[in-house]
Design a protein around this ligand. Structure first.
Ligand code: AMP
Length: 489
């Protein structure tokens, strides 16, 4: 399964660089030594190994070692403070927590009794020639490799379980679709605690035999410099990263990379266009979630249509359904369901939440209910995501899909980003209001422009201008926080 794919790349590319300046041989040997050391501490198949750290070498060794041991890697968001971390630790009950010194105080204050080891110790074990590495063993497709906690609010975050088979399926899907080659270099500055960085990035690169240049965190200036200094061919980011790259690129033009991929939140067509003009490359937008990896992506060979998420990856099936689960014809908007070998194995110790998230059809196929609204665009033959079902605004009986309004506003050049949410209204149930990330400006011109482009019920009744929209680590706008502002006295 995924370990076999990694070993295939290792066999072909032992002396090639895998991660920064580390070769494939050294990386996997190091991981097998770490696995051996963890084994002597009593860790065994099925045990959870929590990794609470920023991106660094020890994170990669710990992840690879866990999977080789048959243990389950549980990355914890390094931005978590003690309460969120305590929830994760109580829920996952890891046998060990690998902690970075940068967050050790939070770990201590979470006050959950749990054995821990400093991440620098992992790095030292990887290079310790006195440690006898564990043998190379295959794992079964249905063994759990990874539990990733979904970005819920405190206390409700659930652990999505991904099997060795699902990770192998995701790697096969992304490697073939994105024409990944062994001579590719991926610049990875996405956090490894999220599936975007850990699976689309690291896991796939190691299965493709490519090189990964890992940055501790995203820093636009450093990323731009690294594109050139390391002859990078692929970059994966979230929309806010692309916005920052554009800001920092100034008036310079850059040699195009082979592939820029964006996901985790909707990319505004305005950024898509501006990026093409400056970087000579059209960003490939893809749609994914922790529970299924990646489902849809723009065609590699184009056209890469701004505002769309293309077509299913090989082996992935999607359906757009009405609230009762009935499939809708192309063109109609409904909830997107996803099926395929990439699907998660359920939420850790939450059978009810798992059952609620899945629809099993008459053929026995499990479909994951994404909670996202989508439609098939029959003109361009692509899917479009129009927002979370929970974020749909119903005003006077009419549906307003926030993404449509946000895109219309983001086309306005001085608006960096926009979030449209519903405000309770006595007369209409809800009305749309817009939060704009922009320098203060007079919104009369914007309003007039929207009136010429959108149906009247879709036009926000109020505009709030903010320096920055509240966002999580993956650049997703925190809409509940915006709604809370509206109801605050
Ligand atoms: P996560 O599990 O944190 O990766 O979040 C998954 C959610 O991110 C999806 O259910 C979508 O709501 C959102 N998402 C991911 N990719 C996209 C995209 N390309 N466009 C719009 N929303 C996206």
């Amino acid at each position: 399964m995924i370990v076999d794919l990694w070993d295939g790349a290792l066999a072909d590319r032992a002396e090639a660089l895998a991660l920064n300046e580390i070769t494939y041989r050294r990386l996997h040997l190091g991981a097998r030594r770490v696995a051996a050391r963890l084994q002597t501490l009593g860790l065994a198949a099925g045990d959870r190994i929590c990794i609470y750290s920023e991106n660094r070498l020890g994170f990669v060794y710990a992840f690879l070692a866990a999977l080789r041991l048959g243990a389950i890697a549980v990355p914890a968001n390094v931005l978590y403070r003690r309460n969120d971390l305590a929830h994760l630790l109580r829920d996952a009950r890891p046998a060990i927590v690998i902690v970075s010194p940068s967050v050790v105080a939070e770990f201590t204050q979470a006050q959950v009794h749990c054995r821990s080891v400093d991440i620098s110790q992992i790095e030292a074990w990887a290079d310790d020639e006195t440690i006898h590495p564990i043998p190379v063993l295959s794992r079964q497709a249905d063994e759990i490799a990874l539990i990733v906690y979904t970005s819920g609010t405190t206390g409700r975050s659930k652990g999505a379980m991904l099997s060795h088979g699902a990770l192998a399926a995701i790697a096969a899907q992304l490697i073939s679709t994105w024409r990944w080659q062994a001579d590719d270099t991926l610049l990875l500055s996405l956090p490894l605690f999220h599936i975007h960085g850990l699976v689309a990035g690291l896991t796939c690169a190691l299965a493709a035999g490519a090189r990964t240049v890992l940055h501790e965190r995203f820093d636009a200036q450093r990323v731009l410099a690294t594109f050139e200094s390391e002859r990078v061919s692929m970059f994966f980011g979230v929309p806010t990263m692309y916005a920052r790259l554009l800001e920092h690129a100034g008036s310079r033009t850059y040699a195009p990379l082979r592939l820029f991929v964006c996901g985790s939140a909707a990319l505004s067509p305005a950024i898509h266009r501006a990026f093409y003009e400056r970087f000579g490359s059209s960003i490939l937008e893809r749609y994914g979630a922790t529970e299924f990896g990646f489902a849809l992506g723009n065609r590699y060979g184009g056209p890469r249509i701004a505002g769309s998420v293309g077509i299913p990856f090989p082996g992935v099936r999607v359906r757009v359904v009405a609230p009762g689960g009935m499939p809708l014809p192309p063109g109609e908007t409904g909830e997107l369901l996803v099926a395929g070998p990439n699907l998660f194995s359920g939420y850790w110790e939450r059978p009810e939440a798992t059952a609620a998230a899945l629809i099993v059809d008459e053929t026995g196929t499990s479909w994951y209910r994404s909670g996202d609204l989508a439609h098939y665009d029959t003109e361009h033959d692509v899917y479009r995501i129009v927002g979370r079902a929970k974020e749909l605004i119903i005003t006077g009986g009419f549906n307003v899909y926030p993404r449509e309004v946000e895109e219309a506003i983001e086309a306005w050049s001085n608006v960096r980003a926009c979030a449209v949410v519903g405000r309770p209204d006595d007369l209409r149930g809800e009305v749309p209001v817009a939060f704009l990330e922009a320098a203060p400006f007079e919104t009369a011109g914007l309003l007039a422009d929207l009136r010429s482009r959108l149906a009247s019920f879709k036009i926000p009744k109020e505009f709030y201008i903010l320096d920055a929209l509240p966002r999580n680590a993956m650049g997703k706008v925190d809409k509940p926080a915006l709604r809370a502002r509206l109801s605050a006295p």
